[in-house]
Design a protein around this ligand. Structure first.
Ligand code: RP5
Length: 162
């Protein structure tokens, strides 16, 4: 079985419907991944050990989704040199702007590659992770090129009345 190089982590079970969008893209592109609940606030020790072990376990990219006071992506970035892609979960109270601001405004030295709020951001996180891995994987690069070409080909030139 292929080595797992992508970790999808999220602050809560309630984030999974959004984070599944990243998983679905990775499935389409045949990129193996693991998915874990790792909360910055509720399971800080789990966050610490995940971050401490990430590089040694061979992870190449971490996709981290969290909502509200969304400290998971930034804290993970502070704990590992493995690139972290942040996904702001769309919250009910503040529509995910809280999540976005919590994730995007990192201090110099500890970057998080922050995606759009919600499902589109999660899907793009999957694509971003695949693009990073594709730099060193010609077969994956070909699958990603095909995926992008198929998407372009699916867009009609003219709008239609439904
Ligand atoms: C964050 O709090 C999680 O990432 C989630 O988006 C949010 C709400 O979590 P639950 O109360 O639904 O478990 O830590």
């Amino acid at each position: 079985m292929a080595e797992i190089e992508v970790g999808i982590i999220m602050g809560s079970q309630s984030d999974w419907p959004t984070m599944k969008e990243a998983a679905a893209i990775l499935d389409e592109l045949e990129v193996p991944y693991e998915a874990r609940i790792v909360s910055a606030h509720r399971t800080p020790d789990r966050l610490w050990s995940y971050g401490r072990e990430a590089a040694g376990r061979g992870l190449k990219v971490i996709i981290a989704g969290a909502g509200g006071a969304a400290h998971l992506p930034g804290m993970m970035a502070s704990k590992t040199r493995v690139p972290v892609i942040g996904v702001p979960i769309q919250t009910r109270a503040l529509s995910g702007v809280d999540s976005l601001y919590s994730i995007v405004q990192m201090p110099r030295g500890f970057p998080v590659a922050t995606m759009a709020i919600g499902a589109a951001g999660a899907a793009n996180a999957g694509l971003m992770a695949a693009a990073i891995l594709a730099n060193d994987d010609a077969a994956l690069a070909a699958r990603l090129e095909r995926w992008r070409a198929d998407l372009s080909a699916s867009i009609p030139e003219e709008p239609r009345d439904d």
